[in-house]
Design a protein around this ligand. Structure first.
Ligand code: SF4
Length: 193
C-alpha cells in the first residue's frame, strides 16, 4: 500500500490541538475503540512481520519523549533536548523476565539514540514554530493556512515512493517544506490572498 492508502484505510488526520500541525494516527474502531489492525486478539502487522509495527507499539511498555535538557551544541538542532525513556504501566506479560532498554529497542533494530526520532522531533518543532507564527495573524487567510497544512501533511506523510528508501525521501521532503517556510519568513510574503 502507498502511504496515502494506509492513511485512507486505517487512519485519521487532524490538526493537533496544541501543535497546530497535521497529525496522523491509527483510527480507533467500534464501541471498544480498538486499533483497526487488531483482529481478535492478534495484531495483523505483528503476525506478518513484527519489525514493521508502529514504533510506539514495538516499544511498549517503554515510551520515549524528547526532554528539553542540555543537548550537545554540535548536534546543531533547533533546541536543546535529549531522548528520555519512560515506563508505561504494563499489566500484561511476566514480571519475571528482565531486559535492558537498549536490548528491548535492539530487538526491533531501533538504536537508543534513534536518529530518526531526533530528526522527526527537530523537524516537528521547527514546523510547529513556523505555523504558529502565522495562524490567527491578521491578514493570513484560511486558504493560506490550508495550503501550509497541506504542504506539511504531504511532506511528512504522503509524498513517498514505497519502492525507494524512506529516510532520504524524508530528509528531502522536510528540507523542502522548511525551505518554503524560511523563504516565506525572509520575504515576508503577503498571505492575505
Ligand atoms: S500492536 Fe499496534 S498496530 Fe498492532 S494491533 Fe496493537 S495498537 Fe494496533
Amino acid at each position: 500500500m502507498t502511504h496515502q492508502q494506509v492513511i485512507d484505510t486505517y487512519c485519521e488526520v487532524y490538526i493537533g490541538r496544541d501543535s497546530r500541525i497535521p497529525v496522523v494516527r491509527l483510527q480507533p474502531r467500534g464501541a471498544n475503540k480498538k486499533c483497526p489492525l487488531l483482529s481478535g486478539d492478534r495484531c495483523l502487522i505483528h503476525a506478518k512481520n513484527p519489525y514493521l509495527k508502529p514504533t510506539v507499539c514495538a516499544l511498549f511498555p517503554i515510551g520515549r519523549v524528547m526532554a528539553a535538557e542540555s543537548a550537545p551544541e554540535e548536534m546543531g538542532l533547533g533546541f536543546p533536548f535529549e531522548i528520555q525513556y519512560i515506563m508505561n504501566g504494563a499489566t500484561c506479560g511476566s514480571a519475571r523476565r528482565k531486559q535492558t532498554v537498549r536490548k528491548w529497542l535492539g530487538d526491533f533494530n531501533i538504536p537508543i539514540d534513534d536518529p530518526f526520532f531526533i530528526k522527526w522531533n527537530d523537524t516537528a518543532f521547527k514546523l510547529i514554530t513556523a505555523v504558529q507564527q502565522y495562524e490567527g495573524k491578521s491578514g493570513v487567510t484560511d486558504r493560506a493556512m490550508d495550503m501550509m497544512w497541506s504542504g506539511i501533511f504531504q511532506s511528512l506523510y504522503t509524498d513517498y515512493d514505497t519502492n525507494q528508501e524512506f529516510y532520504p525521501q524524508f530528509e528531502n521532503n522536510t528540507a523542502k517544506i522548511l525551505g518554503i517556510f524560511s523563504t516565506l519568513e525572509k520575504h515576508e510574503f503577503n498571505l492575505s490572498s
